[in-house]
Design a protein around this ligand. Sequence first.
Ligand code: MN
Ligand code: MN
Length: 457
Amino acid sequence: MKTVWEKYNEQQMEAVKEFNQGYKKYISDCKTERECVVESIRIAEEYGYKNLKDLIASQTAVKTGDKVYYNNMGKSLILFHIGEEPLENGMNILGAHIDSPRIDLKQHPIYEDKNLCLLKTHYYGGIKKYQWVTTPLAMHGVVCKKDGTSVNIVIGEDENDPVLGITDLLPHLARGQMEKPAPKIIEGEELNITFGSIPLKDEEKEPVKANIMKMLKDRYGIEEDDFMSAEIEIVPAGKARDYGLDRGMVMGYGQDDRVCAYTSLMALLDTPTQKKTTCALLVDKEEVGSIGATGMHSIFFENALVELLELAGGFSELKLRRLYNNTDMLSSDVSAGYDPTFPGVNEPMNSAYIGGGMCLNKYTGSGGKGGCNDANPEFIARIRAAFEKHDVTFQTAELGRVDCGGGGTIAYIMAQYNMNVIDAGVAVLSMHAPWEVTSQADVYETYRGYKAFLEEM
Ligand code: MN
Ligand code: MN
């Protein structure tokens, strides 16, 4: 079976390594949607991107070649690079999501039980809960205080930091547990974070918890009630690393979908001004159905377009509708990689292989394509031509055997605007596990594919 590695010369091999260095750093530094937004803005500003909200405030006109970003509540981000043609001629969009499966703290999380301080959680997204126990975990998040200030918290990433975790039962006493079906081996209410064990001296009532709260007060100035207005995420601790003796893959947390977010972002930043406006969308809440103000179902994208049209010569409903009609989009999201250890769930002729290049999914959904965005063949033909012109290696796949399972992305939401949309991204092994795996060649080829799309469509 041919891989994309075989076509690379020495120089290209170097380019693959270098690109993946940047990628590994991005996913090591950015483990929440907020951290992704902050870091993506930092990188984009280095490329000359300006805050669209500043231009709106100063009523500054937007013209060809301008680069602007629109930050929605610090949790989703849109970047536009204005093209030569009017906006109503449509845009080429790369749309990825920057939320990943994880474990969130509840609003009343902290308690003490039998000399341990623990935190109650509610998991986010589709996880196999048993995978998240007895592995080092870190805490990332924000606590918003009544005085209007907020504190960012990151515990467990610095090598001198302590880590957190979730305990599991010893096998000696797990006879009952081991007979349970997998979803119940560890139940949702058993995903309790171990947070501390040293009591505060001379404290009668819950001294271990009191000691932890004192440390939080001293370090971050927060009280127990402040957890009510906090968004704290528990994620795997540690950096992304090369995977395999030959270093051909990346193991890292949150590759669904930050692998497509990073490649989409870099493809946009590295693409010069085109005829059409180019755009990257990094959105929140995909893993829980794209609902909520920062998810793709929210009208923030439409609001940004209205503002952009206004600054680019004047908004009209007609221009907005034409923009939608004339827009092409890649829903930049990951695909299920074929795992030779579990061949039964895939149909080999229509599977995504590690090292097989960028992956196009014409449709997702489950059970008779239920809930799918089925991309138009006319659109796929244009993409094939763009990829051929740029020598992009790609494969096409579906999400597992027919009736085996299923899933979705933001493709169907964008298709509601009457855009042409197809899912396109990187194949992942161990998807939604604490540590996911991708091929470095696929990461690089996907970046190249996104760039080809922005330049040729
Ligand atoms: Mn995804
Ligand atoms: Mn996912």
